[in-house]
Write a protein that binds this ligand. Structure first.
Ligand code: COA
Length: 125
């Protein structure tokens, strides 16, 4: 399930975000996590099963737009659908109020997710 980031999960969240290609530098990573802690427009969520296995973050741009800007899954648990489930959770939480887009790094994965959802809808029709 998707849970809201809180300070006592900082280490695990930083570990997960460090898999993002643009979060390899420790100082950048610290700035990013601080932004999620202090900037009201930035929202970070973690995917928890028995352990915390993924992270997904978005920023609210204005009253109608939000950008998904980080997504990462523990390498030992990839290709099991967790990335898609996290996107699903964010879509369910935010898509009523905001038009959601992905930033450049996430764009291909977000497009793939949308195709996957469309295919599922077609199968259920
Ligand atoms: N772009 C497009 N598709 C991607 C992708 C990417 N960057 N990364 C993985 N995929 C595809 C896989 O090839 C797989 O495709 P298939 O279903 O056709 O076999 C599918 O996404 C797997 O989906 P899912 O199991 O839901 O994803 P995941 O739990 O493995 O998580 C990421 C996907 C991207 C979050 C994970 O690979 C990760 O943490 N990568 C490192 C962080 C990163 O680079 N994030 C930014 C890029 S999105």
């Amino acid at each position: 399930m998707l849970i809201r980031y809180k300070k006592d999960l900082e280490k695990i969240a930083m570990g997960l975000l460090s898999f993002m290609p643009d979060e390899k530098d420790v100082r950048k990573l610290q700035e990013t996590i601080q932004a999620y802690e202090t900037n009201e427009a930035w929202h970070l969520y973690l995917w928890r099963e028995e352990d915390v296995l993924g992270a997904i973050g978005l920023r609210i741009e204005d009253d109608t737009h939000a950008i998904i800007q980080h997504i990462s899954v523990n390498p030992s648990h990839r290709n099991q659908g967790i990335g898609k489930k996290m996107l699903d959770g964010i879509v369910k939480k935010y898509a009523k109020k905001y038009e959601l887009a992905a930033d450049e790094l996430l764009n291909d994965f977000f497009e793939k997710y949308k195709l996957f959802i469309d295919e599922q809808k077609t199968e259920n029709e």
